[in-house]
Design a protein. Structure first.
Length: 304
């Protein structure tokens, strides 16, 4: 896994300088409030079938894959690529749903994951042969995800960290200096890294790679989130990246893991997190929606 290097430290200093940051990447919206319903989906890893089951179960699409989620905000926390053959189908669907949701007053948020960073950088060690075949061959795949390719342009514009109500959504986690950086700084740094293959996007403490929030015990997690909660005025952090086999609240719901391992490569269920009027649920295809044991007094910030 990447580590925090002197070069990354230099980038961090630059990222903290507003004039440099704005020159590197113009800020884009990363914060929404008063959202009644949120559906958050973790790592897909090329399993389009499981992704469809998840969206159908969450009632954001119909059987013809049309958006029926109304004003719902759908968040996909990264790692569409690798391990499975159908990332292209999933990207095509998400691009389509972005437009359909917007017309309905909803929103589709596609965030960057570490496997997006790897693919753009040319690290294809986990690429499924079918993933390349979907584009034709290596050259066509490379062009499609390149800086001028349809999918490459789309991914390079992604946020890495967003805030909806009082919930922070991202792929991996925030450690070290990143735990107190602003959303502008984090997202500008991630987009810079996606475009250059350097800095924050490759740092083991950064939003795409960090695992300590997922792997720590409840006491450790409760301590780690304090500076993050203070910086961003949130009560919860929702993460993908680390397979948990189910929607898993940690430390009373301060951290919620949503990488259920839905890809065939992991054998997990088709499932996602649903936050409806401030109440948290685990939603799995073919099962009743399950209310999660979230610590009393912790609220998502949605209007009831």
């Amino acid at each position: 896994m990447p580590s925090y290097t002197p070069a990354a430290a230099v980038f961090l200093v630059l990222a903290l300088t507003p004039s440099v940051a704005s020159a590197q990447q113009k800020s884009k919206q990363h914060t929404w409030s008063g959202i009644e319903r949120i559906v958050a989906v973790g790592d897909v890893h090329g399993d389009h079938g499981q992704f469809l089951k998840t969206l159908l179960a969450a009632k954001v699409i119909d059987k013809e894959t049309r958006w029926i989620g109304g004003k719902t905000h759908l968040v996909q926390t990264g790692d569409l690529f690798d391990r499975g053959p159908d990332s292209r189908k999933t990207m095509d669907l998400l691009i389509k749903l972005e437009g359909e949701a917007k017309k309905a007053g909803g929103h589709v948020h596609c965030l960057a994951g570490n496997h997006e960073e790897m693919i753009l950088r040319g690290d294809w060690r986990y690429v499924h042969p079918g993933e390349v075949q979907a584009f034709g061959d290596n050259a066509k795949y490379s062009a499609a995800i390149g800086p001028e390719g349809l999918y490459g342009k789309w991914i390079r514009k992604h946020n890495g960290v967003i805030k909806i109500n009082n919930v922070l959504f991202l792929h991996g986690g925030l450690g070290g200096p990143y735990s107190t950086m602003s959303l502008d700084q984090l997202n500008e740094g991630i987009r810079h890294g996606l475009n250059t293959g350097t800095g924050m996007a490759r740092d083991s403490n950064g939003p795409l790679w960090h695992r300590a929030l997922a792997k720590g015990d409840d006491a450790s997690v409760s301590e780690q989130v304090k500076p993050i909660f203070k910086t961003h005025s949130v009560n919860h952090i929702v993460l993908g990246h680390t397979p948990s086999g189910r929607i898993l609240p940690k430390a009373g719901g301060k951290v919620i893991l949503i990488d259920v391992g839905m890809s065939k490569a992991y054998g997990g269920p088709a499932g996602c997190l649903v936050i409806d009027k401030g109440v948290f649920y685990a939603n799995y295809a073919g099962r009743p929606q399950l209310k999660l044991p979230i610590e009393k007094g912790a609220r998502s910030g949605a209007k009831k």
